[in-house]
Write a protein that binds this ligand. Sequence first.
Ligand code: GAP
Length: 437
Amino acid sequence: MANADLMDKLVSLCKRRGYVFQSSEIYGGTGSVWDYGALGVELKRNVKDLWWSSMVHQRDDVEGLDAAILMHPRTWEASGHVDGFVDPLVECNNCHRRFRADMSEVENGQCPSCGTRDAFGEPRTFNLMFKTFMGAVEDSTSTVFLRPETAQGTYVNFLNVQGTARQKVPFGIAQIGKAFRNEITPGNFIFRTREFEQAEMQFFVKPGSDDEWFDRWMETRMEWHRSLGIREEKLRFHEHGPDELAHYAKKAFDIEYEFPFGWKEFEGIHNRTDFDLSRHQEFSGKRLEYIDPGSNERFIPYVVETAMGVDRTLLVLLADAYREEEIDGDQRVVLALHPKVAPVKAAVFPLVKKDGMPEIAHKIQADLRSNAIPAFYDQSGAIGRRYRRQDEVGTPWCITVDGTSVEDGTVTVRDRDSLEQVRVSADQIVGWIRERL
Ligand code: GAP
């Protein structure tokens, strides 16, 4: 399948089956903003829950935080975003559309929209932060920004969290939340959008131990992505060269996935040194030093940051899972999502709508649900079609109640990937699925 086709098919499946819709679609859509439907929101929650569990619940050296999106405007001066978070833009004097100055057509002098040659004005910098106003007065004194990264909420709370959670350096702070960037060239579906979610963790370490912690976090994060079932050969690290490094970073590695549109980053590991804490100390006038309780040594910790895009990770999972296959002369589309992330874990079908089968099927669905295992009931259409519908949304197991079930209490369980069918006692289904999650 051609790569462009794969993206089109994925976007279409996501819309048709309720994974992702264009925002405000009835008004013609909002530029590069997307809404998650019934299945999409479950997939997203599963990814965030697994991340939170591995970063916070399973460790004793990382604490959680949920900082506000709106922050004091000085935050963004200190962080460097007011001056540094900019793209150079040029405007076409013919069609008045604006483009990034580093686009190849623009560098060659031709407008990518109307085709006019040599009609660009001087490049002007454009800040990617969204601005709004706080309070009743709309002037420069009330300007606030929608955060372009969750990280700054963590830096300004560093001592609050450290003191209240009684943590000692080295320790980390994890956060999941929305971020906003007025991207000039968004695109590729949910890959680059203007509103998105980040799952970030800042790990505070003693200067000098930062390289060692950087290596550890690189390995830990790559291993986590593998644990979601993402194909090994589609994942790699990319080290930032001197031209790519962000203003705050001493060293940075991206975790990249081979998307249908090429190898691209979906998580970054950054050594931010003491840049952010030092700047906040300078701009706020408040000490942000850590005092080592053993040696009484004072220092500003270095930060190793792991910054994952939640929406981009969803695109990785969907693109990695999408397959078209032929089975016994029949075409099927399947989303081979790892059962851990699949939105619906099991679908329950009565073979026919009579002879006591729907009652047994409803009871199995209710048992699964009451054990917090999302399960779907479907009694409409031929059994083959019901299987196909579940394959397409990535449901790992289909449970069918048939004539034998009425007699001996067993049901068939069909595996989405191997297509194998086994008979399991209906009253053991919950345990059977639990074991495999
Ligand atoms: N605090 C560091 C930071 O924000 P980043 O590399 O700019 O680093 C981290 O962003 C991750 O956030 C990226 O790897 C990507 O997955 C996601 N991300 C960034 N901009 C995005 C956008 N416009 N749309 C979707 N995801 C985005």
